[in-house]
Structure formats: C-alpha cells, structure tokens
Write a protein that binds this ligand. Structure first.
Ligand code: CA
Length: 424
C-alpha cells in the first residue's frame, strides 16, 4: 500500500460523470439489497461496489477486516466498530483498487462483473442500525427565525451561544430514502382561546439537516474531548427531520419536541466518510463569546457543503428548488456536539446519530424549512405551477441534495426523498 499519495491524486478507471456525487474522492458506504440479500457496498459513479464480494476474493488481505467478513452484513455497525485505523485502511485499499494505474480489479474477470453492480439494479437499505438519535439546533439563523415565529417575545435563546442545544429523538422511526410518510394526526390548538382539537396535522414541514454517524463507542463517565472527534465520527448523511408544527407548538412546553417530530425522520442511504469531507474543511462561524474550555476547537470543523431542498407537487412536471444553503453557516460543529453530548459522562454507542438541526443561511433563499420560508404560513411560497405552499400538502415530494466540490469533482450525498401520503 502506498501511504504517501493523497486521496485526490487517484483517477478512477470507471467512467464517472463530472456531476456525479459519487466520484473517486467520495467512496460513501451503504447497504444494498439484491435478490433479498443485504450487503455493504460503496457508491462509485452509477455503480455499487460489493465489498462482501471483494472480501471473499481476498482483496482485503493484510487489512484490519481480513478475518470475518464484516461486509456481508445488513448494516455498517460491525465495520464501523473496528475503528478509525480500519476505516482508513479500507478507504486506502478502495482508492487503490479503483485507480486507473491498478489492474487488480479492473482486469480481473469475472470478479469485476460480480462486484460492480449498476445502482439501478439494487435497493438501498438503512445503512446503519441507529442506536440513539440526537437532534441538535446549531443554526443561529434558524434558531433566531423560529424564536421570532414561535415566541414573539424572544428571538435567540440566551443559552444558544454557550452550548450546542439538542434533544434526544426517536431512533426507531428513522427511515431510509425514498420514504412515504403518512400525514400524522395529533392534538393542536389553532385558536389559543379554545381547547385543542384532534386531527391530521395542518402544518406538515420538512427540515434540511446533515447528520453524523458515530462509529466508535465511548465509556460511561468518560467525556470525549473536543479534539478527539475524528476517532468517533465515521461519516455523514442528509437528514429530513419531518415536523408537524401545529402539534409541536401545542406540546413542546415544558419538555420539548415529542409527537410533532417522532413519526418519521428520513436519511439518505450513503454514508459519506469523514475522510472524504476533509478537503471541504473551512473555518466556521466566529463564536462570540468564546466557548467554555471543553468546547474550544483547535482546528476548523466547518465543511463547505452546498445543500438544497426541492419540492415537486402532484401538479408539477418537474421539481422546483425551495432553498439553497451551506453547511458552513452552522454555529456549532459536530466535534462540539460530541464533546457536549458526553460532558456529563453519557456514553456513546456505535450507530448513534447526531443531526445538525435545520441548516438555514442568512438570506431569504437559504432557509431550511417551510416554517421559515412561508413565515409560519403568513407568506405562502409561490411555485412555478401557480400553486402556493405554506406547508406540505398530500402528494408533495421533498428531495434534499448536498455536495462539496473537490478539485472539480463532487463529494455528495445523493438524494434524500420523502413523499407525503394522505392521513388514514
Ligand atoms: Ca430538527
């Protein structure tokens, strides 16, 4: 193995469109299903590379995964649990096997045909068995806008600039894209002078977020230092935190989000490794006041990732873009989320998921949910079809996309798609 080469010196022997999210610089991990059999694979261009097949052919000899085939599994958890050194070895090996100068796979039939499968021929499954799920609230713009819309008296909560705020969500209702979500029912109180009513939510919303997958466990009672995050964060996905705003508004005080959020959360199927995001590292938003010592960063932990949300209604022939924003706008970083989530001694488990919170930017076209885009329904969004939207209607399809540019090639997530289905 050649440890001297940088990731961006590799050139794939496959043809990959320049607009593909899955360039050789990316190599995201997922779980695919072909003929009822689930296995771990890596996305490359329009293909899935079957890692279990490569393992059986001895292609990972001499690496940390050489023993048991951790890729012949229904989730990434066993592979992730091997740790950062193993993640690095496998990424390095995959870069070699896909490199134009290497013939170990490109010239080896029939292994090449067996291991390289067109993505359209497989079904993508949940990549991770999610252990615990935390939804953070790290966009200052989103927190300020929601503060204004939900509570006329207060914009940004006073604790926001001191710690990454979050709540523990529900891991059992996280689904992989594409997902159909049935409009949830619940209690809400449209008229604050009258008792609540029960019925299908009238204010169904999406939230454009990025979520990080924890790939290493930590011990109870031992906080993870902020500068050790690389040992724990395996990779990232897109996440749509579906929200019923009317249910949320009626229930959220005093204990926070509950049934307004727990019915469904959707993630994209490919986990982009942290190593692939390294070239996209940029300085984050200036933190003022300076965070407490356990949250102080010694290096940059923001990522230049372009994010978009698209809407297609039943009436429309093609989707329209609702928002374009950037992950670098977030106030708190994933390293700080991890340090904060464990500072009380709480342990982390393999498969824990940390969502960033809605990624809203500073401009009106960079808002990451309908609540903000429509000013809580007061200014419905006008669509190219002539329709308007304050919140999501039945049949609406929301697609989240996101990618970074690495030397003219993309490191992207693919799509995170969710369609709204009529309530029972
Ligand atoms: Ca959220």
């Amino acid at each position: 193995m050649n440890a001297e080469r940088t990731d961006t010196s590799y050139r794939a022997w496959l043809d990959i469109e320049p607009t593909s999210d899955f360039s050789i610089y990316n190599l995201p991990y997922g779980v695919f299903n072909r003929n009822g059999k689930k296995r771990v694979g890596v996305a490359i261009g329009d293909y899935v590379l079957d890692l279990a097949e490569l393992h059986e052919a001895g292609m990972f000899a001499g690496t940390a995964v050489a023993g048991e085939n951790v890729f012949a599994r229904h989730c990434l958890n066993d592979f992730m649990s091997l740790g950062r050194a193993a993640w690095g070895q496998i990424r390095q090996r995959l870069l070699e096997l896909l490199d134009a100068d290497n013939s170990e796979l490109s010239q080896r039939q029939p292994l090449r045909d067996r291991a390289l499968i067109r993505m359209r021929e497989v079904t993508l499954e949940m990549p991770v068995e999610v252990a615990d799920y935390i939804d953070f609230y790290t966009s200052r713009e989103h927190a300020s806008n929601v503060g204004r819309l939900f509570r006329a008296d207060a914009a940004l909560p006073p604790n926001f600039v001191y710690m990454p705020l979050g709540y523990h969500g529900r891991s059992g209702t996280i689904f992989v894209s594409p997902h159909k979500v049935r409009r949830p029912k619940g209690q809400y109180r449209p008229d604050p002078t009258k008792p609540p009513i029960f019925g299908p939510t009238q204010r169904l919303d999406f939230e454009l977020e990025v979520a990080f997958v924890v790939g290493q466990a930590s011990e109870e009672g031992v906080p993870i230092p902020v500068d050790h995050a690389r040992d724990y964060i395996f990779g990232a996905v897109l996440l749509n935190d579906l929200s019923a705003r009317d249910i949320q508004q009626w229930e959220y005080q005093p204990l926070g989000p509950f049934l307004g959020k727990s019915f469904a959360t959707v993630i994209s199927p490919w986990v982009v490794p942290l190593a692939a995001l390294e070239p996209l590292r940029v300085p984050g938003v200036k933190q003022e006041p300076e965070p407490l010592p356990y949250l102080r960063l010694a290096e940059d932990w923001a990522f230049d990732l372009h994010l978009e949300a698209w809407l297609k209604t039943v009436e429309m022939d093609a989707p329209t873009r609702l928002t374009k924003t950037n992950f670098r706008y977030l106030y708190w970083s994933v390293a700080q989320m991890l340090a904060h989530a464990t500072i009380n001694g709480a342990r982390m488990r393999v498969g824990d998921l940390f969502a960033s919170g809605t990624v809203s930017g500073p401009t009106p076209d960079s808002l990451g949910c309908m609540l903000e885009l429509s000013q809580a329904g007061r200014s419905p969004v006008l669509l190219p079809s002539g329709e308007t939207r304050a919140f999501l209607e039945d049949g609406d399809q929301i697609t989240l996309v996101g990618y970074g540019d690495v030397e003219g090639r993309r490191v992207g997530f693919g799509e995170c798609v969710c369609t709204v289905v009529t309530a029972d």
